[in-house]
Design a protein around this ligand. Structure first.
Ligand code: MG
Length: 250
């Protein structure tokens, strides 16, 4: 079982700053998502914001990843690499961003639709966001990891979405990925008890079809095996005496 890392108030202050920069990046990229823009163009918007804020991009160079954000389109679930691909009307665009402020990490993701989403896509995006919020709401002192996982799973099942299982939420702090794992489904293990100071990234990835995924030949891009659409929402949060605090927010 993972060791419980409890962050101090001062550490959480630094993570809140990193998280705020991530939230600002996601908002700036959302603003920039328009037909005709390349995914590399979105990455440039993100990098410029991170550097102007005095932070460092945590994704760039992470195990060789070449960009500051992941841009995953339609059946791509996560880890899409920005490049020459052009944004088009009717695409489902998932953006994942990370920033480091004075050694502390923030990690967040959101899914956008270019245009007005059809009903099923709206359900996918809304269900994924609600699943994240339900998981966060369960991140209170005294609960266990399994309570967070179960809360995410219940919303996903209610919304009739597939749950991608190989990728899970994680502890976060001085490293982007710390030991703690937060599955988006019940595992049958309660996991650690949540106590004030525990910081984690909760990140449901849901699909409109099968939950099976595979990795493309670029070694990064994760896609649904049946080409169904996917969505991804993520927040970095801190468990506090007053309940969960979302750190990736402005
Ligand atoms: Mg993450």
């Amino acid at each position: 079982m993972a060791t419980v890392v409890r962050r101090s108030r001062e550490e959480i202050d630094l993570m809140r700053r990193a998280g705020r920069i991530v939230a600002e990046v996601l908002a700036a990229v959302e603003e920039a998502i328009k037909p005709g823009v390349t995914t590399a163009g979105l990455d440039a918007v993100a990098e410029s914001h991170i550097r102007k804020a005095g932070a460092r991009p945590s994704f760039k160079g992470y195990r060789g990843f070449p960009a500051c954000i992941c841009v995953s389109i339609d059946s791509e679930v996560v880890h899409g690499i920005p490049g020459k691909r052009v944004i088009e009307e009717g695409q489902v665009i998932s953006i994942d961003a990370g920033a480091i402020w004075r050694g502390y990490h923030g990690d967040g993701a959101r899914t956008f639709y270019v245009g007005t989403p059809p009903k099923d896509v709206d359900r996918l995006i809304r269900t994924t966001r609600l699943a994240l919020m339900a998981g966060i709401a369960a991140a209170v002192p005294g609960n266990h990891i399994e309570d967070v996982s179960g809360a995410v799973e219940d919303v996903a099942v209610e919304g009739e979405c597939g749950i991608v299982r190989p990728y899970v939420g994680h502890g976060i702090g001085t490293r982007m990925h710390e030991d703690l794992q937060i599955p988006n489904y019940r595992t049958g293990n309660r996991g650690i008890e949540l106590v004030p100071g525990v910081c984690m990234a909760i990140e449901p990835m849901l699909t409109l079809g099968s939950a099976d995924v595979e990795t493309l030949g670029d070694g990064w891009t994760v896609v649904t095996a049946d080409h169904s659409l996917a969505a991804h929402f993520e927040h970095t949060i801190a468990v506090t005496d007053n309940g969960p605090e979302i750190l990736t927010t402005v």
